[in-house]
Design a protein around this ligand. Sequence first.
Ligand SMILES: Cc1ncc(COP(=O)(O)O)c(C=O)c1O
Length: 383
Amino acid sequence: MKEFKAASRLNRIAPYLFAEIDRKKNALRKKGVNLIDLSIGDPDIPAPEKVVNTLYRSAKIKDNQKYALDQGKDSLRESIQKWFKKRFSVVLDKDGEILPLIGSKEGLVHLGLSFLDSGQYVIVPSPGYPGYRGAAYFSGARIHELPLLAKKHFLPDFSKIPLVVRNKAKIIYLNYPHNPTTALAPESFLKELVKFCLKYGIIIAYDNAYSEIYFDKKPKSILQIKGAKEIAIEFHSFSKTFCLTGFRIGWACGNRSLIKGLLKVKINTDSGVFGAIQDAASYALDKEAAYVRELRGIIKGRKDLFVRGLEVKGFKDVYSESTFYVWARIPSDVKSSVDFAKVLLAKGIVVTPGVGFGKYGEGFIRFALTVNKEKLNQALSLL
Ligand SMILES: Cc1ncc(COP(=O)(O)O)c(C=O)c1O
């Protein structure tokens, strides 16, 4: 078989972190080792039954079996509009300020293709969700890593961004509630972010995938901040809020020209979200608030149990302010997060090494609480 050389843009992409962990994990499983997998943010909790039933019913409707409209169904954009107004008191124009996506990751990456030219800078959080780097890799843009440090509550310091980067930056990706550190952003920080980006003409790509996975303080939307619609696009996901990761649906909302640019790439790339999935998503937003409340309760129970357990085991600096992750400093006698992840894998626990989220994630590991309390107790006993 002839081996083809891939396009040079692919050379910039490091092996997808979770794929590598998956391979090692599968090799152990093949050997019959029973693993507790706390590595991927894919909840074990079933999706709302009525949402699944809606999908099933809607799949039989002929119109849904055809190509979906690029902009998504009116009915879904209406549900998003209503939900957004109720949740954040922000009014969105359903025709120009909302765009359904095939999962938020798709939109986060396609935004880069829509707005980045080669040589421009993308500012990404470190540690941060690896998808943002994809936007830079595919568009030939340069990456500036923004350190998120524990001593600064995992919020970036804009004054440390070099002038050359500020002037050549086109997009800044930020995400609170934050994966992986679990940090929330106070309103004062969001105001500072909007002010900074208005000054330098930088697009804010605000990833709010975990907006509903909170415990005490309710996360904000960037669009609640005065002036944000001038420069911001916000991404939402059904994956975490309704445990619908496999359905592949999310949305972008905010600045009209950003929505329009993103739509242009999508029109030339995909042909919309399957209509029945759009109907199921509408149902979730319209009717499943109680499910989300219950989900938060389940995650809080797991988090309290696991954090207590880690502290008893002597872990220092354990963070769990929001999301279903726990971000914990590795023991001082272990050299790196990868080494520690290997130690835990040998004990039967799969975690994600912090360095996989960027170099400032080194020294930490991330536990995803996507298994039940019994398994979490089992994991604690193995630590
Ligand atoms: C911070 C963050 N953003 C976006 C996503 C992508 O979510 P989806 O594409 O399933 O909507 C994830 C998934 O883990 C995430 O952690």
